[in-house]
Design a protein around this ligand. Structure first.
Ligand code: GTP
Ligand code: MG
Length: 258
């Protein structure tokens, strides 16, 4: 029974992340095996992708190819979205899809460092603001669920892209810098609300659900999202360039979810 259900609806994944992070490049590579020049995206676009035969999905792990129940090539739908701030509403519609198995949030790991100053600092803030909003949407999806069990778990891969560049931050730093900056984003938002007088009175209790992670106190950590069935992994890789780990670990992450 489980298997027939799985086949009836193809697994899907959503590519989110700021403009220029490499979402369209990644979709192209996974779909065709090679990249080509990209333009900034203005509309979402989906492709059907086949898992490489060398990587077994979780549901096929214990079956041999001689097994008659082996379902052959594993396919999934990957949807690319525009990263530009004004076009992001396309993306939020899709978080409720029943087939959604995970979210791949792509960031440019070479554009996140506070130390390098200038553009990189904006890059970190932009990525953190967008990620904050995505995680808050997922948290609301859980807290507003009708059943006491809440929605099924939803994994989020933070794909730290451009690891071919020597300026790319290592995975650990990508994680801690984003956590720190998301904490700042949250503090800025709560201060804005306090200054405007909202959230100081009876509304405060109602507003509590609106803060990301652990009621909005202290430092934000991705781990806090586990309480609302959202599991975050940070994995480095690169779509272009000869050096770097490539996309192998991202394939494996996808395979684990289907
Ligand atoms: P929007 O459509 O504006 O949201 O951006 P996007 O996330 O789709 O970015 P896109 O795939 O268009 O890539 C932006 C630029 O980053 C392109 O010039 C890519 O060639 C480059 N790029 C993508 N992946 C990598 C990578 O792994 N390493 C390096 N060095 N450049 C990359
Ligand atoms: Mg794009």
């Amino acid at each position: 029974l489980y298997r027939t259900q799985a086949q009836a609806s193809t697994a899907s994944f959503l590519l989110l992340g700021p403009s220029g992070a490499g979402k369209t490049s990644l979709l192209t590579l996974l779909e065709r095996g090679s990249t080509s020049a990209t333009h900034t995206s203005q509309t979402p676009s989906s492709a059907e992708i086949t898992l490489p035969s060398t990587i077994k999905s979780a549901s096929n792990e214990y079956r041999s190819e001689n097994d008659s129940s082996f379902s052959g090539a594993q396919r999934f739908i990957l949807t690319d979205t525009p990263g530009h701030g004004k076009l992001r509403q396309f993306a939020s519609d899709k978080l409720d899809a029943k087939t959604l198995k995970g979210i791949i949030f792509v960031v440019d790991a070479a554009n996140l460092s506070k130390e390098s100053g200038g553009r990189a600092e904006e890059g970190l803030t932009e990525a953190a603001e967008y990620l904050h909003d995505v995680l808050l949407a997922l948290q609301k999806r859980y807290t507003s669920a009708k059943t006491s069990k809440g929605p099924k778990e939803l994994p989020v891969l933070i794909a730290a892209n451009k690891f071919d560049l020597f300026t790319a931050l290592p995975e650990k730093l990508v994680k801690t810098e984003l956590e720190k900056e998301i904490t700042n984003v949250r503090n800025t938002k709560s201060k804005g609300l306090l200054d405007s007088g909202i959230g100081t009175s009876d509304d405060a209790v109602e507003e509590e659900k609106e803060w990301l992670g652990d009621g909005g106190e202290g430092k934000f950590e991705f781990r806090q999202m586990e309480e609302v069935n959202v599991f975050v992994d940070v994995i480095g890789g690169n779509v272009t360039g000869a050096d770097g780990p490539g996309v192998g670990k991202w394939w494996e992450w996808i395979a684990k979810q289907i």
